[in-house]
Every structure is written in C-alpha cells, then in structure tokens.
Design a protein around this ligand. Structure first.
Ligand SMILES: [Zn+2]
Ligand SMILES: [Zn+2]
Length: 557
C-alpha cells in the first residue's frame, strides 16, 4: 500500500504513516489479542483509519482500499512494483518516459538498453532490473536443485542394500559412478527384468516407467532412480553403455569400427558383422585393445589414448594420499584442537597434517593474529612431541582485494605451508578479479591456490576470472592448486585440471576440515582428481612427509 500510494503521488505524510505502521506491527509479537479487543489504535502511530485497515486485513486477508489503489493505478503498476529493486519513484519514471505497462515490457526495455536512457537509470540498474524481471517471470517454476555427490552416494548405499535383496547382481552406473559433482538420477544395471526389481522396492515415491528393460521412478522431488536390465552374457555391454557419457561411447564405437569389431548395443553394424556380447567390462575394453578405463574418466576427452599408452594405471586413488592438507583448528573456525586433529589423522592412517587456520583479515572466522600465531606454534611443537603424525605449521591466508596476502613476507616464509584463498569480495568484475588473482599467484613464494573459484555448489556461483591467465601466473611462479574435497566446494573444478596439467602445475587433494569429522571428505576430492585425469605423481600429498614438506616450503623460488 505504501509503495502504491507513493507511486500514485499521495501526500508524503500519508506514505510515511503506512511505512511506520509496517514497522510498528512488525515489533508486536502477537497481534491477535489487540485485534480481537479492538485495541490496535493503542499502538504508537496507528490511528483509527489504519487500525480499521489492519483489522480488515487480519479478518479477511484482503483490503478494499488496496484493491482500489490497484484499480486506480495505470495498467501493470501493481505487477511492476513487485519486481525486485523497483521503487515507486523508479516505476513512475519508467512509466512516464517509456510507457511500460507490464513486466514483459520492462524486460524488453532493459534488454534493448532503453532503460539506461531514462534519467536516473544507469547500465548497472538496468542489468539488475533485467535479472529481477527474469526472476519474477519465472517465479514458482524452479526446478529442484541437483543432489550433491556426497548425499547421492549416501542415498545410493542405502538403496543398493535394498536392491540387493531384489536381484542377484547389480552395479551402480551413470553420473554417480563417473563421480559427477551433482546428480539428478541414481542408476544401476540389474540382472533380470527391471520391472520385477522395481516392484519389489519399498521406498519409491512415484513410478514413471515400468518395462522389462528399463525402469524409472521418483525417489524424491530432486532424485530419480533408473534401472537398466542385463543378462550375464551382456553384463559388460550394459555397464559400459550405462556409465560412459555420449562422447565416450562414440569414441568406443569409432575404435571398434576401425578394428572391425561390432559391439552389441552400439547400433546395427552396416556390414552384417555379428554384434558381440561381453560378460565383463574388461573383456569389452580388451577386445578394443584397451585396459579397463576407470569410470570417472569415461568422458570422451583423451582417455582412450591415455589408456592405450598405459598411463591410467597411475591414476591417483584414495590409498595413495598420505597426508591431510588444509585443516582448521579451534585457533580459527575449526571445532577441534590441534591434538584432536592429529589423533584423528593418525587413526585414519595419515602420515602428516597441515594446520592451516585463517589469517587475521578473516575476522568472521577468527583469523589468527601474530601473537596468537606464536602461541599456536608452541602448541603444535608440544603436540608433535607425542604424535606420530608430522604436523606442518601453515596458514590459509586471505587473498586481499589487491591480490596481496595477509601476513608480511617475513612471516609467510616462516610457515611450512601457505594456502592462499579468497574469502571476501567474490563479486569483482572479470578484469579486476583476474588482476587480483594473477598478482597473488605471481608472488614468488610457493603457495597453494585454495578453493580456486570460490563456488558453493547449489548456492554461490564461481567467481568471474580468466582462469587460464591465473594458471599461467601460477605456473610462472611455481605454485600448486588445491582440489578442495568439501562436497559443497569441489574447487578448483575438475574441468580445469587438463589445462593445469598442460602447464605442469602440481596439485594437492585437500580436506579443508573444520573438525575431525570433516576429515572424512577426502574421497570426494579424489573422485574429482580422477575425473580430471590426475596421476599419482601430480598430487603432492601422495608423497611421504619429508618430501611433501620440502616440496611445499614457502621459500622464494
Ligand atoms: Zn577457505
Ligand atoms: Zn579453509
């Protein structure tokens, strides 16, 4: 009402009275007794007229006055006023200057860059309004967010248990087997008829397809189940078909054709060669002169070539990791002490642990100031006396807005390891962000680029920057890249791994743990390392403690 009154050029005092009423009503914990006893006018700033209107809204859910305001306004105004960032003053200006009468028209005006021609509107406002129009036009039709790999694997484990009582043999396939960051579907190949298996499952929300060869159902709003049927004879074909992406399957088909092999499931061979069935994936790949290709790499990039050269035997795997990199303690925003983290790392079979709490400018995370740093180093030394796990004194230093790190060089060189990450000002424009990161990555001491693009899956987009330029800077100054295993981050995203490999930049697979429980995320980081095709020799924390410590020491290079 206040917005519409303002738009209708009602006297200012009237608009202010409505705005004040909103504030006053907001402070009242329970309006019901006041309304029922007719005592609304006792509230400061609520007179007889406003109290009647609040009563009407309370009792009927509507207001005749509001309806009248809407009717009297130009067409579309009551719709336009709902667009985020649309103030009555802006609306008046746009209606007067451009004659806009609907959100669709406003959107078109923004897209045609006409809004910026109206006095008081700039390019930025125009862009914000354009995005706000899109949100308004698409309100209520959001697709549910995809499921994070961590949650999907948990759900899959439970379901697999249930499935195993409905079929003799099953294998997880699809996006999850390839270790994708988020999935919308859990898929298995099962022995026998999928409709029979599906009918024996208890936990389905809604069945979508029930056929002997293919079964689909909703597990929840966001997650579907898909079952593929196979026989023992076609088991290998079915697994390969349901795991690889289209590009991988096409590459296999091409290689098969070159070798005069016809694979069942890849379409009718033109020359009438009998299509071959394989009981295992190994047998199918072997028929094409290849070793078994790890599922995470079946993405149609260069995996066939690398597999044929025998390179993929060296693909990094979870047991290769010897130390936990990137751990927070109660010195900053972690939950556990140094001793507790060391003990947990030992229990998990690790040989070393880097203590990398936040740096001072990270106020929100209780960043470690210089005097507390001294205290922390003393504590690390004390814990080290009784811990078999080698403890490295590190920091996760903020990359400041200008690209500098948070501690002076003399302090930075005193650490055993330095991770450099962005924690604030994520929304710089591309050029400024690229300059900030290339500056940080060019600093001449060895550092690890922490959670590179700052994304939070399903929540915050990656920062905008020229990643290849940053990689060039990092390669020039000799640094490393973190693959952050936190399933909400999985950052630097795996799609950048090939470009980093080309530049000979080494990696760490880090846990970014804020508690002993947080150490359990390593597997997700290893999955992404494998998706990016990283070999053991390219991951620094596959090295023994002494070698790792020597490799990451932040001395000038
Ligand atoms: Zn961080
Ligand atoms: Zn961290």
């Amino acid at each position: 009402m206040a917005a519409l009154l303002e738009f209708a050029k009602a006297p200012k005092f009237k608009v202010r009275a409505y705005l004040r009423a909103v504030e006053v009503v907001d402070t009242v914990a329970d309006l019901a007794p006041l309304v029922e006893q007719g005592r609304l006018a006792e509230l400061e700033g609520i007179g007889a007229s406003l109290s009647r209107q609040i009563e009407e809204l309370w009792n009927t859910g509507g207001s005749q006055f509001l309806e009248r305001l809407r009717r009297e306004l130009p067409e579309g105004a009551s719709e336009l006023i709902q667009v985020e960032g649309m103030t009555p003053r802006r609306l008046r200006a746009l209606v007067d200057a451009l004659g806009i009468r609907s959100v669709n028209e406003l959107r078109a005006a923004c897209a045609d860059e006409r809004v910026r021609t109206v006095p008081g509107f700039g390019q930025k406002t125009e862009q914000h309004l354009l995005a706000a129009c899109d949100r308004w036009l698409h309100r209520g039709e959001e697709v549910p967010l995809p499921t994070l790999v961590s949650k999907a694997l948990e759900r899959a484990a439970v379901l697999e248990h249930e499935l195993s009582s409905a079929t003799e043999r099953l294998q997880l396939v699809g996006d999850l087997r390839r270790g994708q960051e988020t999935v919308r579907e859990l898929e298995w190949v099962v022995l026998g008829s999928t409709s029979e298996v599906l009918q024996r499952l208890g936990s389905l929300r809604q069945v979508l397809r029930l056929e002997p060869e293919l079964g689909r159902a909703h597990l929840s709003e966001a997650l579907k189940l898909q079952l593929h049927s196979a026989t023992a004879e076609t088991w290998g074909n079915a697994l390969v078909l349901a795991t690889g992406n289209d590009a991988h399957l096409a590459a296999l088909g091409k290689r098969a054709a070159e070798r005069g092999v016809s694979l069942q499931g890849w379409g009718e061979p033109s020359d009438g060669t009998p299509a071959r069935q394989f009981a295992s994936e190994q047998a199918l790949y072997a028929a094409l002169g290849l070793p078994l290709i790890p599922p995470e790499l079946r993405n149609g990039r260069d995996e066939l070539v690398r597999a044929a050269q025998g390179e993929l035997e060296q693909l990094v795997a979870e047991p290769d990791i010897q130390g936990f990199v990137h751990c927070h303690t109660s010195y900053s925003d972690g939950r556990n002490t140094i001793a507790e983290m060391a003990e947990a790392a030992h229990a998990l079979g690790m040989k070393y642990l880097t203590i990398t709490d936040h740096s001072p400018s990270a106020h929100y995370a209780n960043g470690v100031s210089l005097d507390r740093l001294k205290q922390q180093w003393d504590e690390i030394a004390a814990v080290q006396e009784s811990s078999p796990v080698r403890l490295l004194r590190g920091t996760e230093s903020d990359i400041l807005a200008d690209g500098n790190l948070d501690y002076p060089d003399s302090i930075l060189e005193g650490f055993d390891v330095v991770i450099a990450s962005i924690h604030a000002r994520h929304r710089m424009d591309r050029a400024t962000m690229t300059a900030r990161l290339t500056r940080a990555m060019s600093l001449p001491l060895f550092k690890i680029w922490g959670h590179g693009l700052g994304r939070i899956l399903n929540h915050r987009d990656a920062i905008d920057c020229d990643v290849l330029a940053v990689l060039d800077a990092l390669a020039g100054s000799r640094g490393a890249i973190e693959l952050n295993s936190d399933p909400h981050r999985l950052d630097l995203p795996a799609e950048w791994i090939p470009a980093a490999r080309e530049r000979n930049i080494p990696f760490v697979v880090s846990v970014d743990a804020h508690s002993t429980r947080g150490l359990g995320v390593l597997r997700y980081g290893v999955l992404m390392a494998r998706r990016g095709g990283l070999l053991r020799s390219e991951v620094l924390n596959t090295e023994p403690a002494a070698r790792f410590a020597a490799l990451v020491r932040p001395t000038q290079r």
